[in-house]
Unconditional design. Structure first.
Length: 193
């Protein structure tokens, strides 16, 4: 069976279009982040999204499906961002219509934050949290976000989970930012004396 040959010029154009598309995605993602964290504008955020978007904060199964639910999530919950919040970039991967961002989210829990700690009043504690966001695009619009973090780490840092359990707090963020830090503390703690 003979295979069909695609002219090299056509392949090059297809590859160039895909590369150009992937190069525009980080800018679209940055615009979306600015609408959420800087402008705190649900309308600006939803304007960066596809016709039928969804957002899933996987650790808590919080977010929304469809423009109305996603906009309501941004307006009613995701706008709860403490004034000292910062995102420290760790890595970014772009390709195949997708951006994957790894960063450390830092904030002081001075306000109610239902999207991270639903129903928990402000504790005044500092939180440093490694986060991974997988963003899928439909053209140059966000189709969906899957947001991952370790909820046990958050609970330890705000004083709601005992450190005697096999969980860590801000050390997880420190390790992501400085991979030379010691590892395997939980294994050492669990070893018989």
């Amino acid at each position: 069976m003979a295979s069909a040959k695609v002219p090299s010029g056509r392949v090059a154009r297809v590859v160039d279009r895909a590369r150009h598309h992937d190069e525009t995605l980080p800018g679209a993602w940055e615009e979306h982040i600015a609408s959420e964290f800087a402008a705190k504008s649900p309308d600006q955020a939803i304007a960066t999204m596809a016709e039928d978007p969804y957002v899933n904060t996987v650790a808590l199964m919080i977010g929304g499906r469809g423009r109305d639910e996603v906009r309501a999530f941004y307006a009613d919950h995701f706008s709860q961002i403490p004034p000292d919040t910062e995102m420290v970039p760790v890595s970014r991967t772009v390709g195949q219509g997708r951006v994957v961002d790894e960063f450390v989210l830092r904030f002081t829990h001075t306000i109610r934050m239902n999207w991270i700690l639903p129903g928990v009043p402000p504790t005044g504690r500092r939180v440093e949290l490694p986060v991974v966001v997988v963003v899928q695009f439909d053209g140059d619009k966000l189709a969906h976000e899957h947001i991952y973090w370790d909820q046990a780490s958050v609970l330890v840092q705000v004083g709601l989970l005992d450190r005697f359990l096999p969980v860590l707090g801000g050390e997880t963020a420190a390790q992501v930012l400085d991979p030379t830090r010691p590892m395997n503390e939980l294994i050492r703690r669990a070893a018989p004396a």
